[in-house]
Design a protein around this ligand. Sequence first.
Ligand SMILES: Cc1cc2nc3c(=O)[nH]c(=O)nc-3n(C[C@H](O)[C@H](O)[C@H](O)COP(=O)(O)OP(=O)(O)OC[C@H]3O[C@@H](n4cnc5c(N)ncnc54)[C@H](O)[C@@H]3O)c2cc1C
Length: 532
Amino acid sequence: MKSTTSHVNQMPETNHTSAERVSLFDRVRWAVRLFLGIRTHDLRAARTYIRVVYKGQFWLTKWIRFVWWSLRQMLVTIPNAMPGITIPPQVSRKPHWLDSSNPLANHPWCNQSDATLPKSVDTVVIGAGFTGASVAYHWSRRAATDRTLVVLDMGDAADGASGRNQGTIVMGRYFTMVRDTVLNHLPNVRPNLSAQEHRHLAEQFSACYCQASYRNADMIEQTIRDEKFDVDYARNGWVQERLADQQEALSESVRDGHRHGFTDWIAIDPQRAHQESGMNVEHPSGFSQKSATWHPAKWVWSLLTTAMRKPHVQFFSHTRVESVNDTNAPGGYIIRTNRGEIHARHVIYGVESYLPKIDSRFHNIIQPHQEQLASGQGAPDAMPSDNSITGQFFFGARRDNTLLVGSDSTRVPDRLAGGNKPSRFLTQFALSEYKRLYGSYRFTLTNEWSGTVGYTPDEFPLIGPLDDKGKYMIGGMAGSGSGIAFNAARCIVNRILGNTDEPDDYPVAYFGPSRLLEPGNHPWPKIEMPNE
Ligand SMILES: Cc1cc2nc3c(=O)[nH]c(=O)nc-3n(C[C@H](O)[C@H](O)[C@H](O)COP(=O)(O)OP(=O)(O)OC[C@H]3O[C@@H](n4cnc5c(N)ncnc54)[C@H](O)[C@@H]3O)c2cc1C
């Protein structure tokens, strides 16, 4: 990924001491600069903010409150947070993780410029992120050597969201969150069920999801240990701020999760939250105890490198898939790329938010959402290294002296999937949120980037067959790919290979893409109503 100059700040900022007061002149200067830096995506993100924060209010009230909030941000909150923060004129667009050297850069072309794609293979995987690399790894472990697999990516491995994320290995989303997103959507696809049936079905969905995610997290840890992957892995948990009016929902989410056997998500008091994260909060926080951190791009590179030690797994970077067509012969596809065609018996889409660009049936089914991050040197003293935090409107982590600060989750048009256009306003907003929770700190911005993740309308992933021949997908992971992709890839690989000796955590009844593509023909799970 190319490094570019940021579009907003061309003037170097002066370094202030944290105790310094911000003059009226400086406030106006910040406000003007923030205002002039506003781009189309800031307007989209503003709509997201208004929808979430002023939910249910009259439109005029929403807009008045939003304008007031924006003025305060530009004149007060952000300028107050800026002493101690340096924003140089040149900020790289390269994701922090991709500053590490990629052992698979331009593979295989850098060493073998005359390499050619195989004419025919058993399986083609499109995409070399968490998903594609996991498929390759499990294939190398489970498939006989006469069953060949090729991974194709239009860029380098981990160029998509997998090399642009925060590096938190999530335990999936927690039970209540999954239940509620599914519950919101169920009446649209199962209109004939009663409210009680909807609720039971949503709980079944959530239990299935959490069980798979818990196994996913343990499998990742075991694999890192067994393969001796050097991916900066640490399992220190993830603290999530909750305000006064969110306390009841927090208690309910912990209670419901535990009632169904999912004990990772707990509430911790402000002292414990400070101990775990350094944040100064007034109310209990949510805490995912077994979330971990890693270098996400090194995970992808390690999986692929290990997989390719087996002769039946190959990876071709900078190979764009242009179309996937059925052949006339029973079973099989022709995958057309910018480097030629491959015939394959199976195809797996591991392209997440890019899918609607490849297959327009997925418009509105996989919805690309932009999220962004920035990184730099310096961090609040109280913040420990190698854990993750989420505030009201930002997320972050610290790795040694590098601070990561992220924000946003706004739907963008399908054609913008994979784009890299971070908002400077959002970076500064997120930096000011750090100040709210940690007090003053010193920080110099070096990198700032964005990426896209794929959301389904029920925020529940799609993992399974796209036809009855051999086309599969793993996607719609709603910004939680580390909590799903590894285990999902294992299950799809086993299904293609016909292996039944390992548990399948992603049954079609719950995860099959027909749930959203053809809800009327989907084999929905039986609803298990408790005995009243
Ligand atoms: C700012 C940000 C922060 C995030 N933080 C976290 C986090 O802390 N924890 C977490 O679990 N998740 C996080 N996520 C989400 C996570 O990164 C994704 O869920 C995950 O990376 C998805 O992996 P993937 O392999 O399915 O997709 P991707 O990594 O997006 O990979 C898709 C690949 O497909 C390739 N491709 C697309 N079209 C074609 C084509 N036509 N031909 C060939 N190749 C193609 C792309 O080049 C890309 O490499 C974050 C995402 C962002 C953007």
